[in-house]
Design a binder for this molecule. Structure first.
Ligand code: FAD
Ligand code: SIN
Length: 529
């Protein structure tokens, strides 16, 4: 089957849906998503969206906090553009039907703004502790009502379709869509478009422990890499300091907003420790808090540290964090009465497909938005709650270019249908699970919170071997979504390792014990592959 539309959007999180809704005003949109439509990191976002929406706050303060967290690598013009556009885009979400938590001050209703690490002001717009769910539902409802948008659930993009005709070669490749696997039927379809938008989210599943949902396998970054796009800053992986430590709590995040409301990190004996690491204590930027926990765990040999908010009124805790309270209770912890056991876990990738200020990648007609992109906003470390913001701002900006594409006719070249060649069904699926486990484990152990030259070398050797094995498997057997995701996490792991090996210093989220200092003279720049 061949599907033609003006835009092919891959991903149905905040970035993909926001773009699709805007683009549908001037073109047709095919929106493919590899699971059920709401399954995304967006759906699980807790804290909220950083946005300057109070008289006590200012654009200057938000810009300053973002740049400070980014440790010298933020692109100042991008930071300014995103911060200043943020309030309008956040209000647009409210107009679409997202209800954010309000409070009444002097008989006047206003947004209840939360606080998180690295922010000098209260500026996090939230829907209690379920902000992402509120946003995802509002966007999905609007997208379903839009006649120009067709949603394809359980469709996974395999690879981009790029074309470099002789005349185009001088200026690089052009992207005309993607091959997409219908997971239910097993058929591979050709989706053609004048513009293709990668909105596939992050890559937390590259690591053994992560806050991310299962969809986060870095597919967009891996596809862009295979197509030859520039990829940047992959060494900057953000580890969230506080995921619930419990054998059955897969990926359960305890929002930074808990520390924003006074939560204190303690050792097993009750000693608070963050004052030893940073003047902002528990609300220091995430890299510092995650490294402090890692250091304390390695020093004591303990399995976890504890997050304590029991000094707050139980009624307040239950109202402000209803989801966290209930979930913790299910795992046997009453957060109003006892500290919660927590550990750091891979949470966010600051690097990704390199784009300009309109979401354009280095390949013509290919865009990247949301967590898949590297726009210059986050630099070496993302400020909390700046990613939902980045996604809505860039979805809007990307439409500026997309509108131009839709307005013109495009001679989409003849694209051959997907060829299966001699591929057969695999009877050795165990290779997939074995390799998945292996990649995620050595990435956690060798390319985690603290790195060293030796560990990076080991990881590099391992990934080279595994990639060869995975590629052989890929060419011999018919594709399945597990195999595609394995191939993608291996590609992303390789990119992270390569960028980490290139950067011979420590900065922001990248900490190498062999180069513990920041080297502004040589390394105040992006790492680009
Ligand atoms: P996602 O929302 O992850 O969506 C990606 C989409 O792409 C999914 O629909 C997926 O199925 C689809 N997809 C992926 N690969 C393919 C493929 N090959 N083919 C087809 N479809 C594909 N950020 C904040 O700013 N504030 C917060 O409070 C916050 N809390 C968070 C809490 C948690 C638990 C997590 C995990 C992250 C949090 N973040 C937060 C980060 C933020 O949620 C994400 O960065 C953001 O939601 C990413 O949006 P996205 O649209 O780029 O990707
Ligand atoms: C959180 O709620 O702690 C997550 C916020 C974020 O990742 O921006």
């Amino acid at each position: 089957m061949e599907v033609k539309s003006d835009f092919l959007v891959i991903g149905s999180g905040i970035a993909g849906l926001s773009f699709a809704l805007k683009a549908a005003k001037f073109g047709t949109v095919s929106l493919v998503t590899k699971r059920e439509e709401r399954e995304s990191a967006t759906f699980y976002a807790q804290g909220g969206i950083a946005s300057v929406l109070s008289a006590e706050d200012s654009f200057e303060a938000h810009i300053k906090d973002t740049i400070k967290a980014g440790a010298g690598l933020c692109h100042p013009a991008i930071v300014e553009m995103v911060v200043k556009d943020g309030p309008s885009r956040t209000l647009e979400l409210m107009e679409l039907g997202a209800h954010f938590t309000k409070r009444v001050v002097n008989n006047v209703e206003e947004l209840d703004l939360g606080k998180e690490g690295g922010h000098s002001k209260r500026r996090i717009v939230h829907a209690k502790d379920m902000t992402g769910q509120e946003i995802e539902e509002a966007l999905l409802k609007a997208a379903k009502a839009e006649k120009n948008i067709t949603i394809y659930e359980n469709h996974i993009a395999i690879d981009l379709i790029t074309h470099s005709k002789f005349v185009e070669k001088l200026n690089g490749d052009t992207c005309w869509g993607a091959y997409i696997l219908n997971k239910k039927s097993g058929d591979v379809h050709t989706f053609l478009a004048k513009g293709t938008i990668l909105a596939t989210g992050g890559a937390g599943k590259v690591y053994l422990f992560t806050s991310n949902p299962d969809i986060a396998t870095g597919d967009g970054i891996a596809m862009a890499r295979r197509a030859g796009a520039s990829i940047a800053n992959m060494e900057f992986i953000q580890f969230h300091p506080t995921c619930l430590y419990h054998s059955k709590a897969k990926s359960f995040l305890i929002s930074e907003a808990v520390r924003g409301e006074g939560g204190i990190l303690r050792l097993k004996d009750g000693t608070p420790f963050m004052a030893n690491y940073h003047p902002m204590k528990d609300l220091a930027p995430r890299d510092i808090v995650a490294r402090a926990i890692d250091f304390e765990l390695k020093k004591s040999g303990a399995d976890c540290v504890y997050l304590d908010i029991t000094h707050k009124d139980p009624a307040f805790i239950k109202t402000r964090f209803p989801n966290l309270y209930e979930k913790c209770l299910c795992f046997g912890f009453d957060m109003t009465k006892e500290p919660i056991p927590v550990v750091p876990a891979a949470h966010y990738i600051c690097g990704g497909v390199l784009t300009n200020d309109c979401g354009e990648s280095s390949i013509k007609r290919l865009f990247a938005i949301g967590e898949t992109a590297c726009t210059g906003l986050h630099g070496a470390n993302r400020l909390a709650s700046n990613s939902l913001l980045e996604a809505i701002v860039f979805a809007n900006r990307t439409c500026i270019k997309a509108k131009e594409l839709a307005a013109k006719d495009a001679a989409i070249p003849g694209i051959p249908a997907w060829q299966t060649g001699g591929a057969v069904n695999s009877d050795e699926a165990v290779i997939i699970s074995q390799n998945w486990d292996e990649v995620r484990r050595f990435m956690w152990n060798y390319v985690g919170i603290a790195r060293s030259n030796k560990r990076l070398d080991r990881a590099h050797r391992r990934i080279e071997n595994l990639k060869a094995e995975i590629n052989e498997y890929y060419w011999n057997f018919t594709v399945t979504s597990d195999l595609l995701e394995l191939r993608n996490i291996a590609t992303v792991a390789e990119l992270i390792i390569k960028c980490a090996m290139m950067r011979k210093e420590s900065r922001g989220l990248h900490y190498n014990i062999d180069y513990p200092e920041t080297d502004d003279k040589n390394w105040k720049r992006d790492t680009i592959i």
